[in-house]
Design a protein around this ligand. Structure first.
Ligand code: NAD
Length: 433
Protein backbone atom coordinates (compact mmCIF):
# COMPACT_ATOMS: atom_id res chain seq x y z
CA UNK A 1 0.00 0.00 0.00
CA UNK A 2 1.34 3.40 -1.01
CA UNK A 3 0.29 6.62 0.74
CA UNK A 4 -0.59 8.93 -2.14
CA UNK A 5 -1.30 12.64 -2.24
CA UNK A 6 -2.73 13.91 -5.54
CA UNK A 7 -2.55 17.65 -6.27
CA UNK A 8 -5.42 18.68 -8.57
CA UNK A 9 -8.78 16.88 -8.71
CA UNK A 10 -9.75 17.51 -12.33
CA UNK A 11 -10.37 15.10 -15.22
CA UNK A 12 -7.06 13.33 -14.50
CA UNK A 13 -6.56 13.75 -10.74
CA UNK A 14 -10.02 12.60 -9.65
CA UNK A 15 -10.29 9.31 -11.63
CA UNK A 16 -6.65 8.55 -10.71
CA UNK A 17 -7.28 9.16 -7.00
CA UNK A 18 -10.47 7.14 -6.94
CA UNK A 19 -8.85 4.30 -8.92
CA UNK A 20 -5.81 4.13 -6.64
CA UNK A 21 -8.08 4.08 -3.57
CA UNK A 22 -10.06 1.22 -5.12
CA UNK A 23 -6.79 -0.71 -5.50
CA UNK A 24 -6.13 -0.35 -1.77
CA UNK A 25 -3.80 2.63 -1.62
CA UNK A 26 -4.41 5.41 0.93
CA UNK A 27 -5.28 8.51 -1.05
CA UNK A 28 -5.77 12.17 -0.26
CA UNK A 29 -6.67 14.56 -3.09
CA UNK A 30 -5.83 18.24 -2.67
CA UNK A 31 -7.39 21.03 -4.68
CA UNK A 32 -7.39 24.81 -4.21
CA UNK A 33 -10.98 24.98 -5.36
CA UNK A 34 -12.94 24.89 -2.09
CA UNK A 35 -16.30 24.32 -3.76
CA UNK A 36 -14.91 21.27 -5.58
CA UNK A 37 -13.39 19.84 -2.42
CA UNK A 38 -16.60 20.34 -0.42
CA UNK A 39 -18.61 18.58 -3.12
CA UNK A 40 -16.14 15.68 -3.27
CA UNK A 41 -16.16 15.37 0.52
CA UNK A 42 -19.94 14.84 0.21
CA UNK A 43 -19.19 12.08 -2.37
CA UNK A 44 -20.60 14.13 -5.24
CA UNK A 45 -18.46 13.83 -8.37
CA UNK A 46 -17.49 17.21 -9.83
CA UNK A 47 -17.24 15.87 -13.38
CA UNK A 48 -18.96 13.17 -15.39
CA UNK A 49 -17.17 9.89 -16.12
CA UNK A 50 -18.98 6.58 -16.38
CA UNK A 51 -18.78 4.70 -13.04
CA UNK A 52 -16.79 7.42 -11.25
CA UNK A 53 -19.35 8.55 -8.69
CA UNK A 54 -20.12 4.99 -7.51
CA UNK A 55 -16.42 4.28 -6.93
CA UNK A 56 -16.03 7.64 -5.20
CA UNK A 57 -18.87 6.88 -2.76
CA UNK A 58 -17.58 3.37 -2.10
CA UNK A 59 -14.04 4.50 -1.29
CA UNK A 60 -15.08 7.46 0.84
CA UNK A 61 -17.23 5.11 2.90
CA UNK A 62 -14.32 2.65 3.16
CA UNK A 63 -12.06 5.50 4.35
CA UNK A 64 -9.60 4.94 1.48
CA UNK A 65 -9.89 8.44 -0.02
CA UNK A 66 -10.14 11.94 1.46
CA UNK A 67 -10.30 15.43 0.01
CA UNK A 68 -8.62 18.53 1.32
CA UNK A 69 -7.63 22.07 0.40
CA UNK A 70 -4.51 21.86 2.54
CA UNK A 71 -1.11 20.67 1.31
CA UNK A 72 0.23 21.24 4.84
CA UNK A 73 -2.11 18.53 6.14
CA UNK A 74 -1.66 16.13 3.24
CA UNK A 75 1.87 16.23 1.76
CA UNK A 76 3.96 15.33 4.87
CA UNK A 77 2.31 11.90 5.24
CA UNK A 78 2.65 10.87 1.60
CA UNK A 79 5.14 8.40 0.07
CA UNK A 80 4.13 9.70 -3.34
CA UNK A 81 2.86 13.13 -4.40
CA UNK A 82 1.26 13.19 -7.85
CA UNK A 83 0.99 16.53 -9.65
CA UNK A 84 -2.17 16.59 -11.79
CA UNK A 85 -2.82 20.32 -12.17
CA UNK A 86 -3.68 21.92 -15.51
CA UNK A 87 -1.16 23.01 -18.14
CA UNK A 88 -3.39 25.09 -20.45
CA UNK A 89 -2.04 26.84 -23.54
CA UNK A 90 -0.40 30.20 -22.91
CA UNK A 91 -2.75 32.80 -24.47
CA UNK A 92 0.02 34.48 -26.49
CA UNK A 93 2.80 31.98 -27.22
CA UNK A 94 0.62 28.81 -27.11
CA UNK A 95 3.35 26.98 -25.18
CA UNK A 96 2.20 25.06 -22.08
CA UNK A 97 1.41 27.55 -19.31
CA UNK A 98 3.36 26.27 -16.32
CA UNK A 99 2.07 28.63 -13.65
CA UNK A 100 -0.04 25.96 -11.89
CA UNK A 101 2.78 23.39 -11.89
CA UNK A 102 5.29 25.87 -10.49
CA UNK A 103 2.90 27.28 -7.88
CA UNK A 104 2.00 23.78 -6.69
CA UNK A 105 5.69 22.73 -6.64
CA UNK A 106 6.71 25.72 -4.57
CA UNK A 107 3.96 25.06 -2.09
CA UNK A 108 4.46 21.31 -1.73
CA UNK A 109 8.27 21.63 -1.42
CA UNK A 110 8.04 23.12 2.06
CA UNK A 111 5.94 20.19 3.39
CA UNK A 112 8.11 17.27 2.22
CA UNK A 113 9.14 15.27 5.29
CA UNK A 114 10.51 11.73 4.91
CA UNK A 115 11.63 10.34 1.53
CA UNK A 116 8.95 11.25 -1.03
CA UNK A 117 8.54 10.66 -4.75
CA UNK A 118 7.08 13.60 -6.66
CA UNK A 119 5.48 12.30 -9.87
CA UNK A 120 4.46 14.69 -12.64
CA UNK A 121 1.29 13.37 -14.26
CA UNK A 122 0.33 16.67 -15.90
CA UNK A 123 1.44 16.98 -19.52
CA UNK A 124 4.54 19.14 -19.31
CA UNK A 125 7.31 20.37 -21.62
CA UNK A 126 10.53 18.41 -21.83
CA UNK A 127 12.86 19.41 -19.03
CA UNK A 128 10.09 20.16 -16.52
CA UNK A 129 11.26 17.30 -14.28
CA UNK A 130 14.66 19.01 -13.98
CA UNK A 131 13.03 22.37 -13.25
CA UNK A 132 10.69 20.93 -10.59
CA UNK A 133 13.62 19.13 -8.94
CA UNK A 134 15.58 22.38 -8.86
CA UNK A 135 12.65 24.34 -7.40
CA UNK A 136 12.09 21.83 -4.61
CA UNK A 137 15.78 21.88 -3.75
CA UNK A 138 15.81 25.69 -3.62
CA UNK A 139 12.68 25.82 -1.44
CA UNK A 140 13.63 22.96 0.85
CA UNK A 141 17.38 22.16 0.70
CA UNK A 142 17.07 19.28 3.21
CA UNK A 143 14.22 17.47 1.45
CA UNK A 144 14.77 13.78 0.63
CA UNK A 145 12.93 13.26 -2.68
CA UNK A 146 13.02 12.19 -6.31
CA UNK A 147 11.05 13.59 -9.23
CA UNK A 148 9.65 11.19 -11.84
CA UNK A 149 7.63 11.73 -14.99
CA UNK A 150 4.43 9.64 -15.03
CA UNK A 151 2.42 10.90 -18.02
CA UNK A 152 -1.28 10.16 -18.27
CA UNK A 153 -2.82 8.57 -21.36
CA UNK A 154 -6.44 8.08 -20.26
CA UNK A 155 -9.22 8.97 -22.67
CA UNK A 156 -11.90 11.27 -21.31
CA UNK A 157 -15.20 9.42 -21.46
CA UNK A 158 -13.41 6.17 -20.59
CA UNK A 159 -11.30 7.44 -17.70
CA UNK A 160 -12.31 4.78 -15.16
CA UNK A 161 -11.91 1.93 -17.63
CA UNK A 162 -8.56 3.28 -18.85
CA UNK A 163 -7.28 3.74 -15.31
CA UNK A 164 -7.73 0.03 -14.56
CA UNK A 165 -6.65 -1.18 -18.02
CA UNK A 166 -3.90 1.12 -19.30
CA UNK A 167 -2.28 0.22 -22.65
CA UNK A 168 1.02 1.09 -21.03
CA UNK A 169 2.43 2.96 -18.06
CA UNK A 170 5.41 5.13 -18.94
CA UNK A 171 7.78 5.97 -16.10
CA UNK A 172 10.57 8.47 -16.58
CA UNK A 173 12.85 8.09 -13.63
CA UNK A 174 16.51 8.68 -12.90
CA UNK A 175 16.31 6.88 -9.53
CA UNK A 176 15.84 3.17 -8.73
CA UNK A 177 14.32 4.00 -5.36
CA UNK A 178 11.65 6.16 -6.98
CA UNK A 179 10.98 3.54 -9.67
CA UNK A 180 10.32 0.97 -6.93
CA UNK A 181 7.62 3.22 -5.38
CA UNK A 182 5.90 3.51 -8.78
CA UNK A 183 6.16 -0.27 -9.26
CA UNK A 184 4.51 -0.77 -5.84
CA UNK A 185 1.73 1.58 -6.93
CA UNK A 186 0.92 -0.54 -9.98
CA UNK A 187 1.45 -3.93 -8.29
CA UNK A 188 -2.25 -4.50 -7.51
CA UNK A 189 -3.66 -3.78 -10.96
CA UNK A 190 -6.20 -6.29 -12.35
CA UNK A 191 -4.08 -7.08 -15.47
CA UNK A 192 -0.33 -7.18 -15.64
CA UNK A 193 0.74 -3.61 -16.35
CA UNK A 194 2.88 -3.01 -19.40
CA UNK A 195 5.42 -0.68 -17.80
CA UNK A 196 8.02 1.17 -19.84
CA UNK A 197 10.94 2.57 -17.85
CA UNK A 198 12.73 5.36 -19.68
CA UNK A 199 14.74 8.54 -19.10
CA UNK A 200 12.69 11.38 -17.64
CA UNK A 201 13.05 13.52 -20.76
CA UNK A 202 12.00 10.62 -23.00
CA UNK A 203 8.90 10.10 -20.89
CA UNK A 204 7.96 13.79 -21.16
CA UNK A 205 8.44 13.58 -24.93
CA UNK A 206 6.40 10.34 -25.31
CA UNK A 207 3.25 12.12 -24.13
CA UNK A 208 3.50 14.95 -26.66
CA UNK A 209 4.71 12.67 -29.46
CA UNK A 210 1.69 10.38 -28.91
CA UNK A 211 -0.93 13.12 -28.81
CA UNK A 212 0.50 14.94 -31.81
CA UNK A 213 0.52 11.66 -33.77
CA UNK A 214 -3.13 10.94 -32.91
CA UNK A 215 -4.13 14.48 -33.89
CA UNK A 216 -2.35 14.04 -37.23
CA UNK A 217 -4.15 10.71 -37.76
CA UNK A 218 -7.54 12.37 -37.17
CA UNK A 219 -6.68 15.20 -39.51
CA UNK A 220 -5.52 12.73 -42.16
CA UNK A 221 -8.86 10.93 -42.24
CA UNK A 222 -10.67 14.28 -42.29
CA UNK A 223 -8.73 15.29 -45.40
CA UNK A 224 -9.43 11.86 -46.88
CA UNK A 225 -13.13 12.50 -46.17
CA UNK A 226 -12.93 15.72 -48.20
CA UNK A 227 -11.42 13.73 -51.03
CA UNK A 228 -14.09 11.01 -50.83
CA UNK A 229 -16.85 13.62 -51.07
CA UNK A 230 -15.42 14.86 -54.38
CA UNK A 231 -14.41 11.45 -55.72
CA UNK A 232 -17.65 9.60 -54.96
CA UNK A 233 -16.06 7.23 -52.43
CA UNK A 234 -17.33 6.49 -48.90
CA UNK A 235 -14.78 7.43 -46.24
CA UNK A 236 -16.20 4.90 -43.78
CA UNK A 237 -15.44 2.10 -46.23
CA UNK A 238 -12.03 3.62 -46.91
CA UNK A 239 -11.25 3.87 -43.17
CA UNK A 240 -12.37 0.27 -42.63
CA UNK A 241 -10.11 -0.94 -45.41
CA UNK A 242 -7.18 1.08 -44.12
CA UNK A 243 -7.72 -0.01 -40.53
CA UNK A 244 -7.53 -3.70 -41.43
CA UNK A 245 -3.84 -3.15 -42.12
CA UNK A 246 -2.14 -3.93 -38.81
CA UNK A 247 0.49 -1.29 -39.58
CA UNK A 248 -2.25 1.38 -39.60
CA UNK A 249 -4.87 0.05 -37.14
CA UNK A 250 -8.57 0.97 -37.05
CA UNK A 251 -8.55 3.56 -34.26
CA UNK A 252 -8.59 7.33 -34.77
CA UNK A 253 -9.86 6.94 -38.30
CA UNK A 254 -13.30 8.44 -37.62
CA UNK A 255 -13.81 11.53 -39.76
CA UNK A 256 -15.55 14.42 -38.02
CA UNK A 257 -15.64 18.15 -37.38
CA UNK A 258 -11.95 18.41 -36.40
CA UNK A 259 -10.19 17.39 -33.22
CA UNK A 260 -10.81 19.29 -29.99
CA UNK A 261 -10.86 18.81 -26.25
CA UNK A 262 -8.53 19.84 -23.50
CA UNK A 263 -5.53 17.86 -24.84
CA UNK A 264 -4.98 17.60 -28.61
CA UNK A 265 -5.24 21.32 -29.47
CA UNK A 266 -3.00 22.45 -26.62
CA UNK A 267 -0.55 19.55 -26.87
CA UNK A 268 -0.02 19.98 -30.63
CA UNK A 269 0.59 23.71 -30.09
CA UNK A 270 2.99 23.01 -27.21
CA UNK A 271 4.85 20.40 -29.30
CA UNK A 272 5.21 22.86 -32.19
CA UNK A 273 6.45 25.53 -29.78
CA UNK A 274 9.01 23.18 -28.20
CA UNK A 275 10.23 22.17 -31.65
CA UNK A 276 10.68 25.82 -32.69
CA UNK A 277 12.55 26.54 -29.44
CA UNK A 278 14.90 23.67 -30.27
CA UNK A 279 15.39 24.87 -33.88
CA UNK A 280 13.53 21.89 -35.27
CA UNK A 281 10.85 22.51 -37.89
CA UNK A 282 7.79 20.33 -37.45
CA UNK A 283 5.84 21.54 -40.46
CA UNK A 284 3.43 18.61 -40.39
CA UNK A 285 2.17 19.49 -36.92
CA UNK A 286 2.13 23.22 -37.71
CA UNK A 287 -0.05 22.58 -40.80
CA UNK A 288 -2.42 20.25 -38.96
CA UNK A 289 -3.01 22.86 -36.25
CA UNK A 290 -3.89 25.49 -38.87
CA UNK A 291 -6.07 23.23 -41.01
CA UNK A 292 -7.91 21.81 -38.01
CA UNK A 293 -9.05 25.33 -37.12
CA UNK A 294 -10.20 25.88 -40.70
CA UNK A 295 -12.19 22.66 -40.61
CA UNK A 296 -14.48 23.90 -37.83
CA UNK A 297 -15.28 27.02 -39.85
CA UNK A 298 -16.03 24.77 -42.83
CA UNK A 299 -18.47 22.74 -40.72
CA UNK A 300 -20.28 25.91 -39.67
CA UNK A 301 -20.38 26.86 -43.35
CA UNK A 302 -22.06 23.56 -44.22
CA UNK A 303 -24.76 24.13 -41.63
CA UNK A 304 -25.40 27.72 -42.74
CA UNK A 305 -25.43 26.67 -46.37
CA UNK A 306 -28.34 24.29 -45.70
CA UNK A 307 -30.49 27.20 -44.50
CA UNK A 308 -29.11 30.02 -46.66
CA UNK A 309 -32.52 30.81 -48.16
CA UNK A 310 -34.33 30.97 -44.82
CA UNK A 311 -34.64 34.24 -42.91
CA UNK A 312 -33.33 33.97 -39.30
CA UNK A 313 -33.16 30.17 -39.49
CA UNK A 314 -33.63 27.98 -36.43
CA UNK A 315 -30.66 25.72 -35.94
CA UNK A 316 -30.88 22.73 -33.58
CA UNK A 317 -27.50 21.56 -32.30
CA UNK A 318 -27.26 18.12 -30.73
CA UNK A 319 -23.96 17.52 -28.93
CA UNK A 320 -21.81 20.07 -27.09
CA UNK A 321 -19.13 18.00 -25.33
CA UNK A 322 -15.92 17.53 -27.31
CA UNK A 323 -16.66 13.80 -27.49
CA UNK A 324 -19.16 11.30 -26.12
CA UNK A 325 -18.93 10.00 -22.56
CA UNK A 326 -17.80 13.30 -21.02
CA UNK A 327 -19.26 16.63 -19.91
CA UNK A 328 -16.04 18.43 -20.92
CA UNK A 329 -16.57 21.32 -23.37
CA UNK A 330 -13.03 22.73 -23.30
CA UNK A 331 -11.98 23.40 -26.93
CA UNK A 332 -14.97 21.37 -28.07
CA UNK A 333 -15.48 21.57 -31.85
CA UNK A 334 -19.15 22.26 -31.04
CA UNK A 335 -18.19 25.44 -29.17
CA UNK A 336 -16.10 26.71 -32.09
CA UNK A 337 -18.78 25.83 -34.63
CA UNK A 338 -21.39 27.60 -32.49
CA UNK A 339 -19.14 30.63 -32.28
CA UNK A 340 -19.14 30.80 -36.10
CA UNK A 341 -22.88 30.18 -36.40
CA UNK A 342 -23.68 32.94 -33.92
CA UNK A 343 -21.89 35.53 -36.06
CA UNK A 344 -24.97 35.27 -38.30
CA UNK A 345 -28.61 36.16 -37.79
CA UNK A 346 -29.70 32.73 -36.57
CA UNK A 347 -31.63 31.26 -33.66
CA UNK A 348 -29.86 28.30 -32.02
CA UNK A 349 -31.23 25.70 -29.62
CA UNK A 350 -28.82 23.19 -28.10
CA UNK A 351 -28.98 19.89 -26.25
CA UNK A 352 -26.37 17.50 -24.82
CA UNK A 353 -27.03 14.55 -22.48
CA UNK A 354 -24.23 15.48 -20.04
CA UNK A 355 -22.56 18.76 -20.96
CA UNK A 356 -25.36 21.34 -20.62
CA UNK A 357 -23.99 22.93 -17.43
CA UNK A 358 -20.44 23.26 -18.76
CA UNK A 359 -21.67 24.55 -22.13
CA UNK A 360 -23.82 27.16 -20.42
CA UNK A 361 -20.71 28.55 -18.70
CA UNK A 362 -19.25 29.21 -22.19
CA UNK A 363 -22.34 30.08 -24.23
CA UNK A 364 -24.37 31.99 -21.64
CA UNK A 365 -27.65 33.32 -23.03
CA UNK A 366 -26.51 33.34 -26.68
CA UNK A 367 -28.43 30.10 -27.34
CA UNK A 368 -31.59 28.42 -26.04
CA UNK A 369 -31.24 25.21 -23.99
CA UNK A 370 -33.65 22.35 -24.63
CA UNK A 371 -34.61 19.77 -21.98
CA UNK A 372 -34.29 16.86 -24.44
CA UNK A 373 -33.24 16.17 -28.01
CA UNK A 374 -36.74 16.15 -29.51
CA UNK A 375 -37.60 19.43 -27.83
CA UNK A 376 -34.49 21.00 -29.41
CA UNK A 377 -35.70 19.93 -32.84
CA UNK A 378 -39.28 21.20 -32.70
CA UNK A 379 -39.69 23.84 -35.42
CA UNK A 380 -36.00 23.66 -36.44
CA UNK A 381 -34.84 24.34 -39.99
CA UNK A 382 -31.69 22.25 -39.71
CA UNK A 383 -30.30 19.64 -37.33
CA UNK A 384 -26.54 19.78 -36.70
CA UNK A 385 -25.11 16.67 -35.02
CA UNK A 386 -21.81 17.63 -33.40
CA UNK A 387 -20.99 14.99 -30.73
CA UNK A 388 -21.14 11.22 -31.22
CA UNK A 389 -23.50 10.32 -28.34
CA UNK A 390 -25.19 6.91 -28.81
CA UNK A 391 -28.60 8.47 -27.99
CA UNK A 392 -28.43 10.48 -31.19
CA UNK A 393 -28.00 7.34 -33.32
CA UNK A 394 -31.48 6.31 -32.13
CA UNK A 395 -33.22 9.49 -33.31
CA UNK A 396 -36.70 8.69 -34.63
CA UNK A 397 -36.55 10.20 -38.12
CA UNK A 398 -40.28 9.94 -38.75
CA UNK A 399 -40.89 11.93 -35.56
CA UNK A 400 -38.32 14.51 -36.69
CA UNK A 401 -39.91 14.74 -40.12
CA UNK A 402 -43.15 15.73 -38.39
CA UNK A 403 -41.71 18.17 -35.86
CA UNK A 404 -39.01 20.01 -37.81
CA UNK A 405 -39.94 23.02 -39.95
CA UNK A 406 -37.50 22.18 -42.73
CA UNK A 407 -36.00 18.73 -43.16
CA UNK A 408 -32.24 19.36 -43.20
CA UNK A 409 -29.51 17.40 -41.43
CA UNK A 410 -25.77 18.10 -41.20
CA UNK A 411 -24.31 15.02 -39.54
CA UNK A 412 -20.72 15.92 -38.55
CA UNK A 413 -20.24 12.52 -36.86
CA UNK A 414 -21.83 10.17 -39.43
CA UNK A 415 -24.31 8.92 -36.81
CA UNK A 416 -27.35 8.50 -39.04
CA UNK A 417 -27.98 6.42 -42.11
CA UNK A 418 -27.99 8.65 -45.22
CA UNK A 419 -30.38 6.22 -46.92
CA UNK A 420 -32.92 6.39 -44.09
CA UNK A 421 -32.64 10.17 -43.89
CA UNK A 422 -33.38 10.41 -47.62
CA UNK A 423 -36.30 7.96 -47.29
CA UNK A 424 -37.85 10.30 -44.71
CA UNK A 425 -37.46 13.24 -47.08
CA UNK A 426 -34.44 14.88 -45.43
CA UNK A 427 -31.69 16.72 -47.22
CA UNK A 428 -28.72 15.02 -45.56
CA UNK A 429 -25.03 15.84 -45.49
CA UNK A 430 -22.62 13.56 -43.65
CA UNK A 431 -18.83 13.56 -43.67
CA UNK A 432 -16.96 11.97 -46.55
CA UNK A 433 -19.80 10.02 -48.13
P1 NAD B 1 -8.36 20.20 -14.82
O1 NAD B 1 -8.34 21.61 -15.18
O2 NAD B 1 -9.61 19.39 -15.02
O3 NAD B 1 -7.93 20.02 -13.29
C1 NAD B 1 -6.86 20.66 -12.71
C2 NAD B 1 -7.17 20.87 -11.23
O4 NAD B 1 -6.01 21.34 -10.56
C3 NAD B 1 -8.27 21.91 -10.96
O5 NAD B 1 -9.28 21.31 -10.17
C4 NAD B 1 -7.55 23.03 -10.22
O6 NAD B 1 -8.36 23.68 -9.26
C5 NAD B 1 -6.42 22.27 -9.56
N1 NAD B 1 -5.27 23.08 -9.17
C6 NAD B 1 -4.60 24.00 -9.89
N2 NAD B 1 -3.56 24.51 -9.18
C7 NAD B 1 -3.58 23.88 -7.99
C8 NAD B 1 -2.76 23.96 -6.82
N3 NAD B 1 -1.71 24.79 -6.76
N4 NAD B 1 -3.08 23.19 -5.77
C9 NAD B 1 -4.12 22.36 -5.82
N5 NAD B 1 -4.92 22.22 -6.89
C10 NAD B 1 -4.66 22.98 -7.97
O7 NAD B 1 -7.16 19.52 -15.64
P2 NAD B 1 -7.11 18.04 -16.26
O8 NAD B 1 -7.94 17.94 -17.49
O9 NAD B 1 -7.31 17.04 -15.16
O10 NAD B 1 -5.58 17.99 -16.73
C11 NAD B 1 -4.53 17.95 -15.80
C12 NAD B 1 -3.25 17.63 -16.55
O11 NAD B 1 -3.32 16.32 -17.12
C13 NAD B 1 -2.96 18.57 -17.73
O12 NAD B 1 -1.58 18.78 -17.82
C14 NAD B 1 -3.45 17.78 -18.92
O13 NAD B 1 -2.79 18.15 -20.11
C15 NAD B 1 -3.09 16.37 -18.52
N6 NAD B 1 -3.90 15.34 -19.14
C16 NAD B 1 -5.25 15.51 -19.25
C17 NAD B 1 -6.02 14.50 -19.81
C18 NAD B 1 -7.52 14.66 -19.96
O14 NAD B 1 -8.13 13.80 -20.58
N7 NAD B 1 -8.12 15.71 -19.41
C19 NAD B 1 -5.43 13.31 -20.29
C20 NAD B 1 -4.06 13.17 -20.13
C21 NAD B 1 -3.30 14.18 -19.56
Amino acid sequence: MVKVCIIGTGYVGLPTGVGLAELGHDVVCVDKDEVKVQSLQRAQATLYEDGLEDLLKKNITAGKINFSTSMADSVPNADLVILAVGTPPHPVTHEADMQYIYAATQELAQYLKDYTVVAIKSTVPVGTGDRVEQMIRQNNPNADFDVVSLPEFLREGFAVHDFFHPDRVVVGSNSERATQVIQDLYAGFPDKVNMLLVKRRSSETIKYASNAFLAIKIHYINEMANFCEKAGADVLEVAKGMGMDSRIGPKFLNPGPGFGGSCFPKDTMAMAYMARMNDVMMTLIEDVIKENAVRKKQMAGRILNMVKDIEKPKIAVLGLAFKNGTDDCRESPAMEILDELLKNDVHVTVYDPKAMANAQKILGDKVAYAPDMYDALTGADVLALLTEWDDFKELDLSRLAQSMHHKNIVDCRNLLSPEQALQHGFKYQGIGR
